[in-house]
Design a protein around this ligand. Structure first.
Ligand code: FPP
Ligand code: MG
Length: 339
């Protein structure tokens, strides 16, 4: 079955969607699609059928999201922890993903029409090569689409992602692209797989479990978290409306907390730049003897120059990192070179 559903909402759903849309609508939602196996047991069907139904529900939910003007969705499709499940289940999930990404490649026209960009976030090197290749093709084929975004977290955990981001910054320092003092919260965010997305406004977990299970830990510090008892394959339009309503009820306090956080980040960055300049001046002073102490205006100017040079270094580093990541995908798409 297809990723892109083109059906309309029924009258009652349309009226409810319009009422919800009179309030703030999350721009980006994240979903932990949990409960596929319990659903399979409840319905006396094979476990794999539970996961297939889970995929169908994802496609249906994406359609509801579009109709509710939600243009970015991030889903937890396969955790690195899931590799610990039985070989049969892991192989089944890999096969399902392969089929669905192949199907996605056949739907290029629809994807283009709706401007859907698919990103896959995770450590793809942990996956079988044939799956890596089909994922890379899907990502490359849709990378210029920009109306709506689906981020599929696959072979993903948040701690693995954060550790990877720290490793990338260490690489940047090693290559002389950035200085250790350039490392900041903002830079780490830009080294995450999710660097191209705003943080989710709303995170939903189904199946009644009330934990994050290593999903988007960094990105959801200021998100509204909604835990719902329904099993993922049974998720309904009304469950989604309920989660959005929860977001709307908490919207003001979330906004306030976010604004407060970004203000304190700006102050911290300025402080960090000032202390780097102070340290540089101290070194100069020690090396070249006792020059005249700098007045406040010159010091301010030196901080501005330092900020500009740091920003330039960071830009250069991030474009090198992007190039490395793009090459990973494009190399997987090109036919193997035979020596
Ligand atoms: C959690 O339910 C679900 C998963 C581990 C797999 C989710 C995958 C899909 C919905 C298919 C998506 C596929 C693509 C290609 C995007 P569970 O297995 O933990 O069930 P349980 O909580 O009842 O044990
Ligand atoms: Mg589960």
């Amino acid at each position: 079955m297809s990723w892109i559903r083109e059906g309309e909402l029924n009258l009652l759903e349309r009226i409810s969607a319009n009422i919800l849309k009179a309030g703030p609508i999350p721009k980006h939602i994240a979903i932990i699609m949990d409960g596929n196996r319990r659903y399979a047991r409840k319905r006396h069907v094979e476990r794999q059928e539970g996961h297939s139904q889970g995929f169908e529900k994802l496609a249906e939910t994406l359609r509801w999201c579009l109709q509710l003007d939600i243009h970015e969705v991030t889903v937890y499709a396969f955790s690195i922890e899931n590799f610990k499940r039985s070989k049969e289940e892991v192989d089944g999930l890999m096969e399902l993903a392969k089929q669905k990404f192949e199907r996605l490649l056949e739907e290029q026209e629809k994807l283009e029409k709706h401007g859907v960009c698919i990103r896959v976030l995770g450590d793809l090197s942990l996956l079988p090569l044939n799956l890596q290749e089909v994922i890379a093709k899907a990502v490359v084929a849709t990378k210029t689409h920009n109306k709506c975004f689906l981020n599929v977290c696959f072979a993903y955990t948040s701690r693995h992602e954060i550790a990877g981001a720290v490793r990338e910054m260490a690489w940047g320092v090693e290559q002389g692209l950035i200085k250790p003092s350039d490392v900041s919260e903002a830079l780490l965010s830009q080294c995450l797989y999710s660097s191209h997305s705003p943080n989710p406004d709303l995170l939903i977990r189904t199946s009644g479990e009330v934990r994050l299970s290593d999903f988007l830990l960094w990105q959801t510090s200021y998100s509204c978290l909604v835990f719902q008892p329904v099993l993922w394959p049974e998720y309904s339009f009304w469950n989604l409306c309920e989660a959005i309503l929860q977001y709307q009820l908490n919207h003001r306090s979330i906004q306030k907390a976010r604004e407060h956080h970004s203000e304190s980040q700006a102050i911290l960055q300025l402080e960090a730049d000032r202390s780097c300049v102070a340290e540089m001046l101290q070194h100069q002073h020690q090396r070249h003897g006792n020059g005249m102490p700098m007045d406040a205006a010159s010091r301010q100017e030196a901080v501005c120059r330092y900020t500009a040079s740091r920003e330039e270094r960071v830009r250069h580093f991030l474009s090198a990192l992007q190039h490395k990541r793009d090459s990973f995908f494009s190399d997987l798409c090109s036919p193997a070179v035979v020596a």
